[in-house]
Ligand binder design. Structure first.
Ligand code: FAD
Length: 490
């Protein structure tokens, strides 16, 4: 009989860990407190408009394909995606508009003209970004940082020899300012800090590797929206014999004092030789692991930012918009000061606007667009969200109306709002953070929770709050690291 694995949570990392461990011969059961799989990777419909609930930017699709490859299945049978020719449209209040093309040479030439920067500076920046990625990705993203072996590899030694090039000491903003004199280009590259919910004025310069994810490896659109990633992985999991218990919250990880023996849910008790926790680690220690010694230093790490999202059905189409659009704040340092220090919302926020009906018109009624309008927000510490939401709606509408030359409010046919409190309640992510802990400290990578427990044998952790961090690609990698740590079933 196969050995049993229980996975707590069906976020993207939980689904991926379940599939990888099933392939290793385990009898896998996933427990999910919601009625549906996917966690933050979920979707909903409102009056004929389709909306992705959370993630909208899809990078590194091969990490999803790998899960179908494991079973020697053609991922195309389950899941389609297409690479985008343009990455993002940027707008500034002074009327400057800039489209980042997927083609790097085209990007460099256009950016040099629009921002009057020497092409050589932009090329050098991208080359250094590539070096940083190549020197560190295999160590920081693909392996456990908490196993001695990682430090004995050739790649680690290579990275150690190029520490100076990695820009570990200065901030991302400092690095960007050292390359570019135009504040708009600095702001464009500073924005990459938000890809892991961090502050560009604090996160270390090594984060200038993040543009590689989209500029080198490309950005993609999955047919049916981001939620199709969840749907296809869930379908594959069911076909491979993984069992799911929805609407069943896990309340405790059971141990015999040394190793895990199973779980207790709100309904019953279940035995397993191995437990993989996809729940946010902070919340897991508060609820599932109350009796265990807490890794206090790890749990005290600053959380990543959260978000405030307005899902608007808009009864008009806008030719100047694409799938991904950014309308920048006029005072970026102040915006981040509000988010991370004042723990509030700035009245001139950077607005991200995602419109999947640009790729698939069927995502909205004829002649209409499904707008996912997001601003970065502090995590929930009990702020007065009702008043912050009302104020932010006014600021967002002002910015969008001014940049698009048309009053947006009268075009809104349907509205749903997601705030940090809802994110916290619906995904059990502490403070509603999008990406677990922030990368604002230089040691952040080492202070993320390891992919295994140091006190309970056979207890593992995957997902945005564990190593290597949040975002779909990293969550998929966390599941891969967990699976690599677990031997095949006997
Ligand atoms: P989660 O999605 O957090 O899911 C955890 C699951 O565990 C949930 O379903 C929860 O109900 C369940 N659970 C928790 N506790 C228990 C329990 N005790 N018992 C049973 N079940 C439990 N990433 C990108 O790559 N690109 C983006 O563009 C992007 N944008 C984002 C925008 C928003 C608004 C949000 C919210 C996130 C965004 N992210 C983005 C981040 C990305 O969504 C997350 O990093 C990723 O989806 C987290 O996956 P996860 O596996 O950690 O689990």
């Amino acid at each position: 009989m196969s050995q049993k694995v229980i996975v707590i949570g069906s976020g993207i990392a939980g689904l991926s860990a379940a599939l990888r461990l099933r392939k290793k011969g385990y009898d896998v059961t996933v427990f999910e407190s919601n009625a549906y799989p996917g966690g933050k990777l979920h979707a909903f419909e409102s009056r004929g408009y389709q909306f992705d609930y959370g993630p909208s930017l899809f990078t590194m699709p091969h990490l999803v394909d790998e899960l179908f490859d494991l079973y020697e299945l053609d991922s195309e049978q389950y899941f389609h995606y297409q690479q985008k020719d343009t990455i993002c449209n940027y707008f500034w209040d002074d009327g400057t508009q800039f489209t980042v093309d997927a083609d790097e040479q085209q990007f460099v030439a256009k950016a040099a003209t629009t921002f009057t920067e020497p092409e050589a500076h932009i090329e050098k920046y991208l080359k250094n970004s590539r070096t940083k990625y190549d020197r560190t990705a295999s160590i920081f993203l693909e392996k456990s940082l908490h196993k001695f072996n990682t430090y004995l590899s050739k790649e680690t030694l290579k990275a150690l020899f190029s520490l100076r090039k990695l820009d570990l000491l200065g901030s991302l903003n400092g690095v960007n300012e050292s390359y570019f004199s135009n504040p708009k280009l600095v702001q464009l590259f500073n924005r990459y800090a938000t890809y892991n919910g961090s502050n560009p004025y604090h996160t270390p310069g090594i984060m200038s590797l993040i543009p590689q994810l989209e500029m080198r490896f490309g950005t993609f659109y999955p047919t049916g929206g981001m939620h199709s990633i969840t749907k296809s992985l869930h379908q594959l999991a069911v076909e491979q014999g993984i069992s799911f218990h929805f609407n069943e919250r896990v309340e405790e990880v059971l141990t015999d004092g040394k190793k895990t023996t199973g779980i207790r849910t709100e309904k019953d008790q279940y035995e397993a030789q191995t437990v993989v926790c996809n729940m946010d680690v902070f919340s897991a220690y508060q609820t599932l692991l109350k009796k265990e010694k807490k890794p206090n230093k790890i749990l005290a790490q600053e959380r990543s930012s959260s978000a405030l999202i307005f899902y608007w059905g808009i009864k008009k189409t806008f030719n100047e918009l694409d799938l991904h659009n950014i309308f920048f704040s006029n005072d970026y340092p102040k915006e981040f000061d509000f988010i991370f220090n004042k723990r509030s919302l700035f009245d001139d926020p950077t607005v991200y606007l995602n419109i999947t009906s640009k790729e698939e018109p069927s995502q909205a009624p004829d002649g209409c667009e499904n707008w996912f309008v997001m601003i970065n927000a502090p995590g929930n510490d009990g702020q007065d969200w009702e008043s912050l939401k009302a104020q932010s709606k006014i600021s967002i509408l002002k910015k969008l109306s001014m940049n698009l030359g048309e009053a947006i409010e009268p075009l809104i046919e349907t509205e749903t709002v997601l705030d940090p409190v809802r994110i916290e309640t619906e995904t059990l992510s502490h403070q509603g953070s999008l990406y677990g802990t922030s990368s604002n400290s230089k040691l952040a990578a080492f202070l993320r929770h390891p992919n295994f427990s140091s006190t309970v044998e056979n207890l593992y952790f995957c997902g945005g709050s564990a190593h290597p961090g949040g975002g779909i690609p990293l969550c998929l990698l966390s599941a891969k690291i967990v699976s690599d740590l677990i031997p095949n079933s006997k």
